[in-house]
Ligand binder design. Structure first.
Ligand code: GLN
Ligand code: ZN
Length: 773
């Protein structure tokens, strides 16, 4: 059997025990001791699961109460100044108070410290806490978590491989909080801490340590490349008896291959799911003495591994390197997949045939050990039977009528350029739309959702439980919708929305009504801290058997003479926030969804809904990690949006909405989406990012968010007038709309009313000023 290696395991617990323990601790419902105990139980369970599965290199220090980058920040003592008084006063032996204050902010007992910033971990939906660096940054070994957890496992009789983010990746993940330095230059101060950790781990008896360096598989400059050599030469010297494995994932090494292969380390992990084609090149130039850890089992998706395809790769490596220099592993940490498929027992939402195509973290461990055994021909009859079952599952996926629908595939194949293009140019459409809607300058609208109060959520839960009937539920939703329409009329908003009260989530709501989708009961994946998401699963060709939103939009439109905006989620966002098929390109799946959304757009149009918003908040996060791949992605992503929105009348007004704040590098692609109106998040940056729209001469209409909906704070009319003045300075007034940053579902009613009232006043002030000129 080949050696097996795991990079990291989900730590939220099979039934989200860590989430529950953390939240109970924050609410002061359990003691610190109880929280620590809950965490210890999860770690022990994870180690034993991996041991029982037969994993040789079991990770430790992959556990985290909140985030592994924050753990490291505390470990190396990069504690931002604002926490320092707090730390001295409050820090317990475990530093938990300080740790959570850095993660979540702290407002109590006279302290008011803000949380550290959070951002996406590469192209995953996991968010890490961004290290903050200053010019004169000091580092010092401040937490021994990595050593403690190694010892904890050892006491259970399990030898583990401690996992740490490598020093270069750690610095690159951070942010310079003042001008005048390059954070990579902090390496000299940081390395002694890593050396000290290596010393302690060697003393504790660690045979291997894993340094995660995903940046080795990304676009880096020459300076960084050179630094890799210097840094790992020093770490290798400090490691004494401990061996080093450097882990890369989420991409291929490409032009960094020679650097990675020449590091003075004992093993290199590569991602052969994302970087499938890098194997042969690496095998051709790998130096003697370096072991290759093959990431063949997908750490990012939930499909059963194809044993034959993986064995093919593994055997090529064994032929080139010999069995003792090849490890079998998941492609990345299993943090990004749900815990255990065996917990799924809901035949209704996840039929047995579909379940048989899936593997979650626990199942992936068995896949790794199966492959390691099969590769050397040591398989007994049980494993041989599993191989056969695995191949049967692959075969069933290739042919199942649950997945494959000729009508859907043909429709995608027949998409023409004309299908991805509005009939007339924007200026002509604008004239016709203006004739139809006769909206004032600085037209006001909102982004779609209104407060999802506890009541609204309870009605949905009651309906699910059977505590109320569908009729009772519909009546409640209808009343809430009507109240919201009346309110918007009273506020004098120009383009109304129905409020989205019938929706749980902007992707799940559509997934539940599209065919080709399945749902899990416990398929949770950590998103940030104690937050988890349960992405729906696209398993088959997607189509739309029935209307999805027409009923509520049309109902809302019957209540008012003002236009009510239809509200849809766009194809790229639906794709991004689901587990997606790996048996066809992402673009293919996206086009299928785009056609389903188009069907809905046309049904809305027919029902008299002539302003339709197609939200694409996730279009930017779908960007590939390597710049060289951006254009290809943007081309199909934009085209898919256009397919979903083009086959409509000239006087049907298409809106889109996005909520992120870096538009500069993709502005021309956003323009190419050719939505009549785009509403975007801008208020937190004080409209700064509108510069991108101005420099580029954005052709269509724009609603820059004039207030931040992420906070309950009610902005004043004057603040919003100022922001609109700023917007007007860079974008012609005739192109501007007035709206909040994003949907209002997380807000309460009182602040929502007050803020919208001020917003409409601000718009009217602007109209007055512009009219007077
Ligand atoms: N229409 C959605 C809402 O208002 C948009 C949400 C989003 O941008 N994430 O809730
Ligand atoms: Zn938004």
């Amino acid at each position: 059997m080949l050696k097996t290696n795991n990079l990291g395991y989900p730590r939220i617990g099979a039934l989200r025990e860590l989430k529950k323990a953390n939240e109970a601790y924050w609410a002061k419902k359990i003691s610190q001791q109880e929280l620590l105990e809950a965490a210890r139980t999860i770690r022990e369970g994870n180690w034993k699961t991996q041991q029982e599965a037969g994993i040789a290199l079991i990770p430790s220090n992959d556990f985290s109460f909140y985030d592994q980058v924050l753990d490291l920040t505390l470990t190396v003592g990069a504690i931002p100044a604002r926490y320092q008084g707090f730390a001295l006063e409050r820090a317990s032996s475990y530093n938990l108070e300080l740790y959570f204050a850095m993660a979540r902010g702290f407002q109590q007992d006279g302290h008011d410290v803000t949380a550290m910033e959070m951002t996406k971990w590469f192209d995953t939906n996991y968010h890490y806490i961004v290290p903050e660096f200053v010019k004169n940054q000091q580092f010092k070994l401040t937490s021994e978590k990595v050593i403690n957890e190694f010892n904890e496992a050892k006491q259970l009789g399990i030898d583990t491989k401690p996992v740490l983010i490598g020093p270069i990746t750690y610095l690159l993940l951070g942010k310079e909080k003042e001008a005048g330095f390059d954070r990579l230059d902090l390496i000299d101060g940081l390395l002694p801490v890593y050396e000290a950790i290596l010393g302690k781990l060697a003393e504790a008896g660690a045979e291997w340590v894993q340094f995660d360096e995903p940046f080795l598989a990304l676009d880096i400059d020459d300076k960084t490349r050179t630094l890799y050599q210097t840094v790992y030469t020093r770490l290798a010297a400090a490691a004494k008896g401990t061996n080093i494995v450097v882990a890369t994932y989420f991409e291929s090494l490409r032009e960094n291959a020679q650097i990675a292969l020449s590091l003075p380390i004992q093993a290199l992990h590569i991602d052969l799911v994302r970087g499938e084609n890098q194997l042969d090149e690496l095998l051709g130039s790998i130096p003697a003495g370096l072991t290759l850890s093959l990431g063949v089992v997908d750490g990012r998706n939930i499909w059963k591994n194809d044993y034959e395809a993986s064995l093919n790769k593994i055997k090529r490596a064994v032929d080139a390197l010999g069995a003792d220099r090849v490890w079998v592993a998941p492609s990345s940490s299993l943090l990004h997949v749900p815990f255990d498929l065996d917990l799924e027992d809901n035949e209704q939402s996840l039929p047995a045939e579909i379940k048989n195509w899936l593997a979650f973290a626990k199942q992936k461990l068995t896949e790794v050990t199966d492959l390691a055994t099969l590769a050397t021909g040591d398989a007994d009859s049980t494993i041989t039977a599993r191989f056969e079952a695995n191949q049967a599952a692959q075969q069933s996926r290739r042919t199942s009528s649950l997945i494959h629908r000729d009508d859907v595939k043909t429709r995608v194949k027949n998409i023409t350029d004309a299908d991805a293009k509005r009939t007339s140019q924007f200026t002509d459409r604008k004239t016709k739309q203006q004739a139809k809607f006769n909206l004032p300058a600085f037209a006001t609208t909102t982004i779609g959702s209104f407060p999802q109060t506890r009541d609204v959520r309870k009605w949905r839960a009651d309906l699910k439980k059977g505590a109320i009937t569908q009729e009772e539920y519909d009546k409640l939703i209808a009343e809430e919708t009507e109240r919201t329409i009346r309110l918007q009329e009273e506020l004098d908003i120009d383009v109304l929305v129905h409020g989205e009260f019938e929706r749980n989530d902007m992707v799940e709501y559509f997934g539940e009504q599209l065919s080709g989708y399945a749902f899990t009961k416990n398929g949770w994946v950590q998103s940030y801290g104690s937050r988890c998401v349960k992405p729906p699963v696209i398993y088959g060709d997607v189509s739309r058997p029935n209307d999805m939103t027409v009923y509520w939009s049309a109902y809302a439109q019957t209540l008012t003479d003002r236009p009510v905006k239809g509200m849809l989620t766009g194809p790229v966002t639906i794709l991004q926030w689901s587990f997606v098929r790996n048996d066809q390109p992402r673009s293919e799946t996206t086009y299928q969804i785009a056609l389903a959304i188009l069907d809905e757009v046309q049904a809305l149009e027919k029902a008299g809904i002539k302003i339709i918003q197609i939200d694409e908040p996730a279009i930017r996060e779908g960007l590939p990690l390597r710049k060289a791949d951006h254009k290809a992605y943007l081309d199909w992503a934009v085209r898919a949006f256009r397919v979903s929105s083009s086959n409509v009348e000239d006087d049907t007004q298409i809106h889109t909405h996005m909520c992120y704040s870096e538009f500069n590098d993709i502005i021309e692609h956003i323009a190419a989406m050719d939505a009549d109106v785009i509403t975007i998040e801008t208020s937190r940056s004080q409209m700064e990012l509108l510069d991108a729209f101005a420099n580029f001469n954005y052709p269509n209409d724009i609603g820059p968010g004039v207030y931040d909906i992420h906070s309950p704070r009610v902005p004043s009319k004057d603040e919003m007038v100022k922001l609109l003045e700023k917007a007007k300075a860079v974008i012609p007034a005739g192109q501007l709309w007035v709206n909040p940053d994003c949907g209002l579902k997380t807000r309460a009613w009182p602040e929502t009313k007050a803020a919208l009232e001020a917003m409409v006043e601000a718009a009217k002030t602007l109209r007055g000023v512009t009219a007077a000129v």
